[in-house]
Design a binder for this molecule. Sequence first.
Ligand code: CA
Ligand code: CA
Length: 428
Amino acid sequence: MLRIRRRALGRSGSRGAWGLVLSCGLLAMFGTNAATAARAISDDVDHTKAAACGNPQVETTALPVDIQRAFPNLEIGRPILIQHAGDDSGRLFIASQYGVIYTIDPTDSAVSEPKVFFDFEEAVTYKDRENEEGLLGMAFHPQFKDNGKFYLFFTSSERPRLSAISQFTVSASDPTRADRSSEVRILDVPQPAWNHNGGTLEFGPDGYLYIALGDGGAANDMFRNGQNLGTLMGSILRIDVDRPTAEQPYSIPADNPFVDTPGARPEIWAYGLRNVWRMAFDPATKHLWAADVGQDLWEEINLIEKGGNYGWNKREGMHPFGKDGVGPSADLIDPIWEYHHDLGKSITGGVVYRGSAIPALQGVYLYADYVTGKMWGIRYDEAQKRVVAHHEFPLEGNVPVITFGTDHSGEVYFSDPAGRIFKFVPRS
Ligand SMILES: [Ca+2]
Ligand SMILES: [Ca+2]
């Protein structure tokens, strides 16, 4: 999604990055000799982590995978969410950022008329000039098949700048549609600015609801939420929606990391985040992968740990940020991967592929850049605790990816604001 940010490529501190970019270009054009020479230029860049280019430890061979339109006849405006419900129905849910949720049969590639599951556009604020608002997140309860409950993260039309998280239930008379009157508000988060709202909802393997919230917006974390445990923003939350209390419609899991920290919001699971745009659990490893959108120079991918501080706004990627920036520190967790703004300027995090149609993608974390329309995948080695492979997927034309999603078989889709939905296919 679009972010307000300053272009600051010329500022001090970017020299190493330019060396890195240079090495990528030379590697692509001239092969390893030039790459070796380029490495000498950019000695101040940590090649073991910073990028695949020029790093002999990271494999970069192209994968035998192609990308094609999944449903070329389908037209859904700003399809911001693509998910299955875990209910054995086989339905693929596609939600428009405007506030309408549709379902299709993903085996019908010719589908043109999606079914409306839930139309609550009147309750959602969205404007093209403030395009980080709207319907942003959706999560189906792990027992959705039995209880019909699902959760939405949206900018409410009740009043300006209100991020709301609500529970809804399917209609008793027609379970293929949601019941508008079933809304239970779980959480209100008043936002100081229209951007950096986060918005991803995910149920963890522990059955708790995880919520990504951005730093509040504007720029530079001017509201100082990233390092502030007393506010919910700039964090990933973890709450128990199955056990409401007398005071609130959810409870705090007893093992949340800050329940005993004075002044801290007990909902917080991890913090120091700028604007996580898409996080997802890998169903195989249970890792929570979170892509954090950068401001000036670096986009990043993180593995989220309980209680972790991911550095914003003291660090951006693996680098000091701003006048209060700091170097590497034991109490700040650096990303497992970053890329420079020469390659892209707004990361869209995806999922770890665990489908079956494309064996070459097995275990690969897929991600993209909204601004440059590039797409990549990385492979993380659990034993070595580092990225061991990085692959680029050539996209035809500019595809500004706004989200990734999976169907009930684990096959992966992604979409752009124009409404196109794509899938991966084995190279023929
Ligand atoms: Ca905001
Ligand atoms: Ca970070």
